[in-house]
Design a protein around this ligand. Structure first.
Ligand SMILES: [Zn+2]
Length: 434
């Protein structure tokens, strides 16, 4: 047990019931990141509830000493998180473009056509499947949030509104058959019952079929100091070596892997039935496994020390904001993503430091950030209010946002990103845009 930090000792002493790894069942004893108590990061507060209390839950990630899965305990039922979800994938143009390129690649590489079937788990508002539909490939979305699934349905994308597990997979294959391609982007981390979910994916997959999944890479989270991507909706954080173990336990072999820049650094894994030798295991699988092993991901020491790194980032961000405010500067946040809310709550940043936030998603306009109660407006507010600093909370979109909001340079405004390091930079000069 790592009890090197006082926080870990206190947490261990105070814990009444033991916690167990959601993959291997081992007891969880080693703290990875303790972000204190935090509200659900997508629970934006409407004005008529701004005076009411809201629930806070522990946001404390542990690492399993048996399989090295970094994980949060399930404090909130997924139905409460995802029943009405505020995240519409189509509001990020770079993400929609990423999806389009993926579809081109998948059609080419796996020879998909009008006789194929593509299932997407957590298909959101159809941001990805629409590209398959445009190419005449039959699709089915499986999406638990009724409000985003309704948007996909309106675009003509068939959806099953449900959570995936072994039992629902059985029902889906009974109605729709098995798929040549099963894909899931940024869903594996969100699954509380990991084994039931992977078993469900296997059930959906035709004997010759391929699964692809994209999820944030734990190694990049740690190297990039991306602690704000730890939030209640993300139950699990995977290295490649741990992901490989999870899939292997369900008779699925990872035969290829790519490292992607999306969401601060993600993996795209390619899986097939273990018995399907027609798809040989590519070189990148062994190379990444070896690289992570050399980097210590199969030893518990690799994971300790992350907590102190997080605390130092908090101190640096607060030092910047305290200094800016003492100089009478005005600060606005651009983007109010889930990760931003983790950061704001952990650091204790409210309207004392950030005057207001803007977001491209109209669903959030007029609401307040959970826990910190910062009002959210449409992006035009930046132009009207002319803040001195624009804090980019979705730092993975920093270039996109700095380009879109380059006009802040007109009044000498500058951008700030909190992660991986607090960094202040000038607006890019885009002469032709004006
Ligand atoms: Zn485990």
């Amino acid at each position: 047990m790592d009890l090197s930090s006082p926080g870990a000792r206190e947490a261990a002493a105070a814990r009444i019931r033991p916690m167990h790894c959601r993959f291997c069942g081992g007891q969880l004893r080693t703290s990875f990141a303790d972000l204190g108590m935090s509200p659900l990061c997508e629970a934006f507060v409407p004005p008529d509830r701004a005076d009411e209390m809201e629930p806070f839950y522990p946001l404390h990630a542990y690492v399993c000493e048996g399989c090295f899965l970094v994980q949060l305990q399930e404090f909130v039922a997924p139905q409460n998180i995802f029943g009405e979800y505020a995240y519409f994938s189509s509001y990020s143009s770079s993400w929609v473009e990423h999806a389009r390129r993926y579809v081109e690649m998948a059609i080419e590489r796996f020879g998909l056509g009008e006789r194929s079937k593509v299932f997407e788990i957590a298909s959101n508002d159809g941001y990805l499947l629409q590209h398959f539909v445009a190419r005449g490939v039959p699709v089915l979305g499986i999406e638990p949030a009724a409000n985003v699934a309704a948007v996909a349905l309106a675009k003509g994308i068939p959806c099953e509104v449900r959570f995936l597990g072994a039992a629902t997979a059985e029902a889906i294959t009974a109605a729709h058959g098995q798929a040549d391609l099963v894909l899931g982007n940024n869903v594996l981390a969100h699954v509380p019952d990991l084994n039931d979910f992977v078993a469900g994916m296997k059930r959906l997959l035709a004997p010759h079929g391929v699964i692809t999944m994209e999820f944030p890479h734990l190694r990049r989270l740690m190297d990039g100091n991306q602690f704000d991507t730890i939030y209640h909706e993300h139950f699990s954080y995977f290295s490649f070596v741990t992901a490989e173990k999870v899939f292997a336990a369900h008779g699925l072999t990872l035969f290829d892997v790519e490292e992607l820049p999306t969401h601060g650094g993600s993996l795209r894994i390619y899986a097939r039935h273990a018995a399907n030798a027609a798809l040989p295991v590519g070189e990148r699988v062994g190379a990444l496994r070896q690289s992570e092993t050399n980097d210590g991901f199969l030893s518990i020491e690799r994971y300790s020390g992350f907590e102190e790194q997080i605390r130092e980032t908090k101190r640096k961000l607060l030092a910047f904001l305290i200094d800016a405010k003492r100089q009478g500067k005005r600060v606005a946040a651009y983007g109010a993503p889930g990760k931003g809310n983790t950061l704001l709550n952990y650091c204790g940043i409210r309207t004392d430091f950030v005057d207001f936030a803007v977001d491209a998603n109209p669903y959030k306009h007029g609401k307040f950030t959970p826990g910190t109660r910062i009002p959210i407006f449409a992006p035009e507010r930046i132009r009207e209010q002319r803040p001195d600093y624009v804090l980019i909370l979705p730092w993975n979109l920093r270039d996109e946002i700095a380009r879109v909001a380059s006009y802040v340079g007109e009044w000498g405004g500058r951008f700030v990103v909190p992660i991986p390091e607090v960094e202040v930079f000038d607006a890019p000069r885009i002469a032709a845009a004006r």
